[in-house]
Design a protein around this ligand. Structure first.
Ligand SMILES: [Zn+2]
Length: 208
């Protein structure tokens, strides 16, 4: 497995292109920009892009999905609970980034807890982790986790926006993510990677 990180969009979200090196099939976790340079960077990898999996429905993680659908013909998956967030994208773009609002229209596939996606020889397992939003999803591939805005290095996602819940995010992290093996490497939706072991020891917010 080869992981390429693209930091894009109005709030510097991490987009992860995960490539199965045997087949050259790939999945993109989050797709935060429609800019040409992002399209070109993904094209230049030469991979067969199979799906886009969203960690949640916030605007700063999905602004590229319509363009990617057009260029690569890929479908985008999000938890159905987060379609509320997808409908709020134009408002959020204006409010948080002063951007010209656009509607996102190409998301029509849903992911739920326990779903599995195949990319070549890789299996991606969806883990529902509500809290930052109602439909927050993490994706696990072997001992590698993509945590979206549920958990960051030393921090957790904010819970004060529509659909957020502090009780829910605590429950998701303590009872789902912290049950994963300690050596699991965690790639969050913003900022540097971490591990489950590190967060158990040093994440002061979740340990409050
Ligand atoms: Zn978010």
């Amino acid at each position: 497995m080869n992981i390429k990180v693209f930091v894009k969009g109005p709030i510097d979200a991490n987009n992860y292109l995960i490539i199965d090196e045997k087949t050259n099939d790939a999945v993109l976790i989050d797709c935060s920009s429609a800019e040409d340079s992002f399209i070109e960077e993904v094209k230049s990898t030469g991979v067969n892009l199979k799906y886009i999996l969203l960690t949640h429905g916030h605007f700063d993680h999905l602004l590229g999905v319509d363009k990617f659908h057009e260029v690569f013909g890929v479908d985008t998956y999000v938890a159905q609970e987060d379609m509320t967030q997808v409908r709020l994208v134009p408002d959020m773009m204006q409010m948080f980034a002063g951007m010209m609002p656009v509607n996102i229209s190409s998301i029509n596939h849903y992911v739920k807890d326990g779903d599995e996606f195949k990319v070549g020889d890789l299996t991606i397992k969806a883990i529902s982790t509500p809290g930052h939003t109602e439909g927050g999803m993490c994706y696990l591939i072997g001992d590698t986790l993509f945590s979206g805005d549920t958990m960051f290095q030393g921090s957790v996602g904010r819970c004060d926006l529509t659909g957020g819940s502090w009780d829910a995010i605590k429950d998701s992290i303590r009872n789902k993510l912290f049950k994963l093996p300690a050596t699991t490497v965690v790639y969050p939706g913003h900022g540097p990677k971490t591990t489950i072991d590190f967060e158990k020891k040093y994440n002061e917010i979740i340990n409050l």
